[in-house]
Design a protein around this ligand. Structure first.
Ligand code: DC
Length: 210
């Protein structure tokens, strides 16, 4: 079973993907980390984020040490990841490893922006998780505060809007629901409610496939 979870920043897709993976005993790949790690390598090199040649070799050369999570999860890296993710050659360099992960014999859960549309168009279950920008900015503020970062709500809301625009308007693999995705709006749901709704979507898809 391949479960594809897509959606904008701070929609709750990562939490839902992790919980579904644990529930079904499936491996999980947070594909945003690939773009965050690529951006991090470029920033550490002092390279510009839109230097295509360097960005492609950073993406191709990703190593385990580049995935040290704490720095990747911060606000700066999310924004930088969105810039490198708009480069088609970077996306192309990262496709094979994501498809190989999705093709594992036992199945997999992947979350990102283009899983249901590009990486795993044949996924058995596709969920597009969304929520209002204001709620997403609140969630991101709480998360960043928990990580000890300084929180400026209006700036975070502006970040979220800018990232939505950049991720949705890029030409290659833009953020959008696959035609056969089920939309899950988590604006009025807490974590438990969102997970229960996602489980319900999976259960329904499994029954329909019988
Ligand atoms: O999900 P995230 O916030 O960690 O993603 C960071 C950025 O990476 C996001 O703004 C756009 C990009 N991204 C992408 O283009 N495609 C994916 N499958 C995952 C992330």
């Amino acid at each position: 079973m391949i479960i594809a979870i897509d959606g904008p920043a701070a929609s709750g897709k990562g939490t839902i993907a992790r919980r579904l993976a644990a529930h079904f005993g499936l491996p999980h790949l947070d594909t945003g980390l690939l773009y965050r790690a690529t951006a991090r390598v470029l920033l550490d090199q002092g390279s510009k984020l839109d230097d295509i040649e360097n960005a492609v070799s950073a993406a191709r050369g990703l190593a385990l040490l580049d995935f040290e999570e704490d720095r990747l999860r911060g606000r700066e890296m999310g924004e930088a990841a969105s810039v490198v993710a708009a480069i088609p050659q970077v996306r192309a360099a990262l496709i094979d490893m994501q498809r190989a992960f999705a093709a594992r014999p036992q199945g997999a859960v992947l979350d990102g922006r283009d899983i249901g549309t590009v990486i795993a168009p044949d996924a058995n279950i596709k969920i597009f998780v969304t929520a209002s920008p204001e709620i997403r900015a609140q969630r991101r503020s709480l998360e960043l505060r928990g990580r000890g970062e300084k929180v400026d709500y209006p700036a975070i809301l502006e970040d979220i809007r800018k990232r939505d625009r950049r991720d949705s308007e890029r030409a290659d693999a833009p953020l959008m629901p696959a035609d056969d995705a089920t939309i899950l709006d988590t604006t009025d749901l807490n974590v438990e409610g969102a997970f229960a709704a996602a489980l319900d979507i999976v259960g329904r898809a499994q029954r329909e496939a019988l």
